[in-house]
Design a binder for this molecule. Structure first.
Ligand code: CUA
Length: 347
């Protein structure tokens, strides 16, 4: 019915039906209580109306049972909102571990995408059907918001931070992408499309790319170019923490805190190295704020991530990506998009 009477955008992600179900539940509860209250007012106004000028009302005793009932029942109902909402919130914020990763840079006024193996796109994002996709997003200037109504996903992209989000498309097609945060004169033009493709088509689309280098190996180049490897090294000359196997692990900081080395932490450690110094190291690293673009930062983050997935080659450069992925007949496992570095390294 909703196809012919489109009050709502199509549901095109695994989360969309869950978000809608909660939304309809909230509407149903709201309608039920609005009617209950409005009709009760009418009914009582008529039933207990004043029938003569001299009529005096009876005193009314309190009723403990009634008071408990109208406190406990709404409490349980609001708890149902909370528990249901929280379960969706957690699902939205926990990308599956097999998600393919795409980096997103927002700037006035466009969306720039880069796939793990280097394909770049602007205002257009190709993704495979039925495969979880994790977005790592950063902004070059002001606050933007990545909004795809058909996926029921919206996430603010703030300057100076890395935002992550994920979705899994459930229906092929082209879906609107909007910027949902006013970001300047051409905010309304900061729109685009997400194209959900059959996994096999997606593979051939990827393979037909310009062959630009992968995020991680671009990051490895930056890493060498800025001489990061003179301090971040596995041997005894290291003046900075070893980055191999770091990503996703807990890190002990100098001030006693422990944090998880995620995308935001790595980005922060490049632009504000002394914000969270790792225990056992001196705060000697210079800031790279302004020296490396947001895109470069995401590439470095991808490189550090890749150090936890595969053994790096001796020069500290990420292993080359397999170009033969188009030939692997794995329609059911488009995760192979992300896998080549690992399988290469094992050979
Ligand atoms: Cu970017 Cu509005």
């Amino acid at each position: 019915m909703r196809e012919t009477f489109p009050l709502f955008p199509q549901e095109a992600s695994t989360l969309a039906p869950r978000v809608d179900a909660l939304y309809f539940y909230l509407i149903a509860v709201t309608i039920f209580f609005s009617l209950l209250i409005a009709l009760s007012i009418l009914y009582f106004a008529i039933k207990y109306r004043r029938r003569s000028e001299s009529e005096l009302p009876h005193g009314v005793e309190g009723s403990l049972k009634l008071e408990i009932a109208w406190s406990v029942i709404p409490l349980l109902i609001t708890f149902s909102f909370f528990i249901w909402g929280a379960s969706i919130f957690f699902a939205m914020n926990r990308p599956p571990s097999d998600a393919i990763e795409i980096s997103v840079v927002a700037k006035q006024w466009m969306w720039k995408f880069q796939h793990a193996d280097g394909q770049r796109e602007i205002n257009e994002l190709h993704v495979p059907l039925g495969q979880a996709v994790k977005l790592t997003m950063a902004s070059e200037d002001v606050i933007h918001s990545f909004y795809v109504p058909a996926f029921r996903m919206k996430r603010d992209v703030l300057p100076g931070k890395v935002a992550t989000y994920w979705f899994e498309a459930t229906r092929p097609g082209r879906y609107h992408l909007f910027c949902a945060e006013y970001c300047g004169t051409k905010h309304s033009g900061m729109i685009g499309w997400v194209e959900v493709m059959d996994p096999v088509d997606f593979q051939s689309w990827l393979a037909g790319g310009t062959g630009s280098e992968s995020l991680a190996s671009a990051g490895a180049k930056l890493f060498a170019q800025h001489a990061c490897n003179t301090c971040h090294r596995p041997d005894s000359l290291a003046r900075g923490p070893n980055l191999e196997g770091l990503f996703g692990k807990k890190v002990q900081l100098q001030d006693g805190r422990t944090i998880v080395a995620d995308e935001s932490y790595i980005r922060e450690s490049i632009v504000m190295p002394n914000a969270k110094t790792v225990a056992g190291f001196q705060p000697i690293m210079p800031t790279f704020q302004g020296l490396i673009s947001e895109e470069g930062l995401l590439q470095l983050v991808a490189y550090v991530k890749s150090l936890s997935k595969a053994a790096p080659s001796p020069e500290g450069v990420a292993p080359p990506l397999s170009k033969s992925r188009g030939q692997t007949p794995q329609g059911s496992a488009p995760a192979s998009v992300q896998e080549p570095p690992r399988s290469e390294a094992k050979k």
